[in-house]
Write a protein that binds this ligand. Sequence first.
Ligand code: FES
Length: 257
Amino acid sequence: MKILKKQKLAEDIFLLTLQSPEISKKAKPGHFVLLQLEEKSPRIPFPIADAERNTISIIFEAKSKHTRALAAARKNQEIFYGLGPLGNNREVKEIGKIVLVGEGAGIGTLYFYAKTLKAANNRVISLLGGLSKKEMFWQDKIAKVSDKMFVIEPKSEFSCPLTHALEQILRKIRIDEVISFTSPQVMKSLAHATKLRTKNCAYLTATMMDGIGMCGSCRIHINGESKLCCVQGPEFDAHTVDWDNYLYRLEEFNRKK
Ligand code: FES
């Protein structure tokens, strides 16, 4: 996989466009890729943010040592190892009115969903957060594939501005599904806000190593049962996720890094 384009989109948020004819042909919303920059680098999962003409794009936050190394990679550099598309893709069909909630790098994943769900005759409302209006990226692209788009400023009197914005929408319109691409804390808050009101799907990016169900590192608890995020996700019913366990496992992994 060759890096064809690298772009800084916002503070600590980068886009990489990779040459990958095989993956781009099969990639659908929901899919992710596992990338290993160099022989000694770990494999990291990245949701696919777009796929077209022999390329795929990923958007990620460069906050750890290894994601910063990826952000420092050069155009035309070859990625040592890439595997995908992995995970279960969404069956894209007409559902009705859908709210997509994205934050930070998750806005890239939101775009891929908005583009395909809109093309399948859904009414798409996009709620973008985590960055100020000035810092926000891909606003034009997302506006073109949304019926309505709102940018929610992160500084607010509300503890979770995205949840507050979603609650305002749910009070006025009957929504058929909410899909979230945010931090786990925000997903937990959105799950609480949507409970008994509408379907809520959370796109989970658990810690992963092999991406094919063999290592167990991406185990999460759903309705009291163990599930593997890589082969049974990454989409899960947000109302069935044990959010405290999920947050604990992510924090534990970050502590060990
Ligand atoms: Fe290894 Fe999911 S990443 S089981």
